[in-house]
Design a protein around this ligand. Sequence first.
Ligand code: SAM
Length: 281
Amino acid sequence: MEKDPPAAVSLPPLRDVIARHGLSANKAFGQNFLFDLNLTGRIARSAAPLDEGSVIEIGPGPGGLTRALLDHGGKDVIVIERDRRFLPVLAEISAAYPDRLTVIEGDALKVDAAKLGRAPRRIVANLPYNVATPLLLNWLAAGAAFASLTLMFQKEVADRLIAQPRSKDYGRLTIATQWRAEVRRLFDVPPRAFTPPPKVTSTVVQLIPRATPLFPADASMLERVAAAAFGQRRKMLRQSLRKVSPRAEEALIAAGIAPTARGEELSIEQFCALSRAFEAL
Ligand code: SAM
């Protein structure tokens, strides 16, 4: 059962705060803000429970989602924001929720989030789209350091995260993600929910990192094999995998995979078997 959120602290509406501080969205930082309290509340509730360990938010901007995380029980919320212009607004939120919000100014790509705060660590973010994929891959590489990742992506990226074999979205990103985490689509968010509205629909996805990857494989070999297989999607694997080794056909046969198959037909289990076969050549 979901707990009732604690009574919200009264802060002025976000639009007023933005106007008072003379803030506007900067495209270079992937800024599309959420002002809708129903939506920010829904994202925060999806990431519950927020009252244990630390909640880490990337790119709080003016703090709409940050406020929701605090209002829905976040006791130790840590935010990382690159755009200094938002620091005064975030300081106001921090003052309204004493001892519950820590603001880190910096590039989230350079911060080791697995070392922030205390376990269980949950990452929640309306991600800046230009760095969403590298951030996700960094967090996944940290193994089970995070209890959950509740993240908003462009829908087309979300589709790739949750894709199944034999579909157009199934590819490198699918393999890298599903090998390390359970992934589920939570809900779509239309462009009009953001200020300014982006061109595309967004999707909130939840990832639960696995304690150990789905099947044994060396991470960098798995990535090389997937990159080669999907780099030339239409080609048969005996051809596309020559990039990994001239003995690709031998590796395919050793892994029990037809050399004439294409990458999008292989399950993650087969990709892992193939990676092990390349290692063993
Ligand atoms: N969380 C806010 C919301 O939902 O309204 C803002 C989301 S906006 C899509 C992305 C935010 O990430 C912006 O505030 C932007 O400045 C910040 N950002 C962009 N690149 C970043 C980076 N490398 N590290 C930390 N923050 C970043």
